[in-house]
Design a protein around this ligand. Structure first.
Ligand code: NAD
Length: 479
């Protein structure tokens, strides 16, 4: 096993070093297919051509070996890891949201995403013979990816989906399409050089909502996998095609009187500050019981939070949100504020905070729009409540039934159990930062696509397979 892994790493290293010595991503000889030059390395302008290329790639992959899938996946992981500084910087320059250190960390995390080793077969063996359940690919998967983690989501999807034997056509978010396309070019070129497999992932270089819809509707696409906000989640759920939807969240945090307050403050800052609160699992609002409210606020300050007073909080709120367009509607999030640094947000309300400030935070009531809305910026509202039952009820209300993520800081097992049951979320974290739910500061494997309304959970290679059963009657049981 170790020998195989070392051999694969060696092949990957050789290919990557040859590529870095060549004239760049457009410099090497392009493969020929059906007499046509296909030197776009998987980047296409129209959906039909991209799907056709992904279909051809699926046929090629199906005739290939699992070992070649493993090599392809290791190439993607190695590019993400070794070129993380450059690719992370390109992603930040294009999207203009988040933090460079965390853009880099997210690309390096792709190494931990489960691949081939996660695949399994199941067997039933008894008096009447042997029945094997195997997990087969779907074929071409249409993936819609968000701007919040453009290349990491694409790369993470690649690892899971190609491990399952699928190929992919991607509609990236338009504001993160250049970095996603650059990743696709680098992946495909290196994979072709190492394995001869071409276009395992294709992408629409100039994506639109129409091209996303065309992918949903295309006969050649077997499954749509959507990672994004409410509009695209709704569009996917309406599609007649099988959809796996990693939808929006608004993760609440409850802190009760039994919590380790220092750990709670530190964890909230760590989770909410990550990539300037762009993570869908990140702490978005806190409900803390009054007896520990002030110690908690002090702990957050101590761990890199900057506390705003009531006037400053009101001013930031008025800039970050416009009033609802109709009575009872949603406040309208100012997209210019998404993913900006805490110091930039502070500057908008005329205050200077140290550059190293991780988050801004302040006391609000439950009706402040920062509580119900998914703000995706490093300001966290803290709501003071009389008791933990009220806190859990508010957490339930403001999670909106997304069923995404909830967090509690408590040492009372009964309270933790109660919240877990009430929230009914896909990810439920206790006594750590949100990232513990994805294996960072906790156990388990990571993914950039957490399938919430459709129920597949934290996605893995098995998510992107379909079961096939093979039964041998009265035979092959060798014991
Ligand atoms: P977004 O919804 O604006 O965009 C996501 C993708 O959907 C983009 O490719 C976009 O072009 C496309 N899109 C948007 N509206 C569409 C429509 N009506 N029809 C077809 N396609 C459409 O989201 P974003 O700002 O890029 O990402 C942030 C959102 O994604 C947040 O709500 C966050 O919670 C969610 N998210 C969820 C997960 C998860 O694993 N559950 C992971 C990351 C992000």
């Amino acid at each position: 096993m170790q020998a195989t892994e070392n051999a694969i790493r060696q092949v990957v290293q050789e290919v990557l070093s040859q590529l870095s010595n060549s004239a760049g991503t457009n410099g090497s000889a392009a493969p020929q297919r059906n007499g046509h030059q296909t030197n776009t390395w998987g980047v296409f302008t129209d959906v039909d051509t991209a799907v056709t290329a992904a279909q051809q790639a699926f046929e090629q992959l199906s005739e290939s070996s699992i070992e070649k899938r493993r090599i392809a996946i290791d190439i993607v992981k190695s590019i993400c890891e070794e070129q993380a500084d450059e690719l992370g910087r390109l992603e930040l320059e294009e999207t203009k949201i988040g933090r460079l250190d965390h853009k880099i960390a997210k690309l390096k995390l792709v190494r931990s995403i489960p691949g081939i080793d996660f695949l399994r077969s199941d067997i039933a063996s008894g008096d009447r013979g042997v029945t094997i359940t195997e997990y087969a690919p779907f074929g071409v998967i249409g993936a819609i990816t968000p701007v919040t983690h453009s290349l990491p989501t694409l790369a993470g999807n690649f690892v899971n989906m190609v491990a399952g034997g699928n190929t992919i056509v991607v509609n990236p978010h338009p504001a993160g399409a250049k970095i996603a396309s650059e990743g696709v070019r680098r992946f495909n070129k290196a994979i072709y050089e190492a394995t001869g497999l071409l276009n395992l992932v294709t992408i629409i270089g100039t994506p639109t909502i129409e091209s996303a819809q065309a992918i949903f509707d295309h006969r050649g696409v077997r499954v749509a996998v959507v990672t994004g906000g409410p509009a695209v989640a709704r569009a996917a759920l309406k599609s007649p095609k099988r959809a796996i939807v990693a939808g929006p969240g608004n993760p609440p945090v409850v802190v009760d009187e039994t919590a380790d307050i220092d750990n709670a403050g530190s964890s909230i800052v760590t989770g909410a500050a990550f990539d300037n609160n762009l993570l869908c699992i990140a702490e978005k609002e806190v409900f803390a019981v009054s007896s520990v409210f002030e110690p908690l606020m002090n702990s957050v300050s101590h761990h890199g939070g900057f506390r705003l007073n009531a006037q400053q909080t009101a001013r930031l709120t008025s800039l970050a949100f416009a009033p609802p367009k109709e009575p009872g509607g949603h406040h309208v999030l100012n997209r210019d504020f998404i993913g900006r640094d805490a110091s930039w947000l502070a500057g908008q309300i005329g205050i200077n905070v140290p550059d190293e400030t991780q988050i801004l935070f302040g006391e609000t009531d439950e009706h402040n729009p920062f509580v119900p809305e998914e703000q995706m910026m490093p300001f966290v509202p803290f709501v003071r409540v009389s008791d933990v039952d009220t806190a859990i009820a508010m957490a339930k209300k403001y999670e909106h039934g997304f069923g995404h993520t909830a967090i509690i800081h408590s040492t009372n097992v009964k309270t933790i159990t109660k919240m877990g049951r009430v929230m009914d979320t896909t990810v439920f974290v206790q006594n750590g930062p949100c990232t513990a739910g994805l294996g960072i500061g906790g156990e388990g494997f990571p993914s950039f696509s957490i399938a919430t309304p459709t129920g597949e959970g934290v996605t893995s290679p098995m998510t992107f397979t379909r079961q096939r059963r093979s039964a041998t009657a009265d035979g092959l049981r060798v014991i």
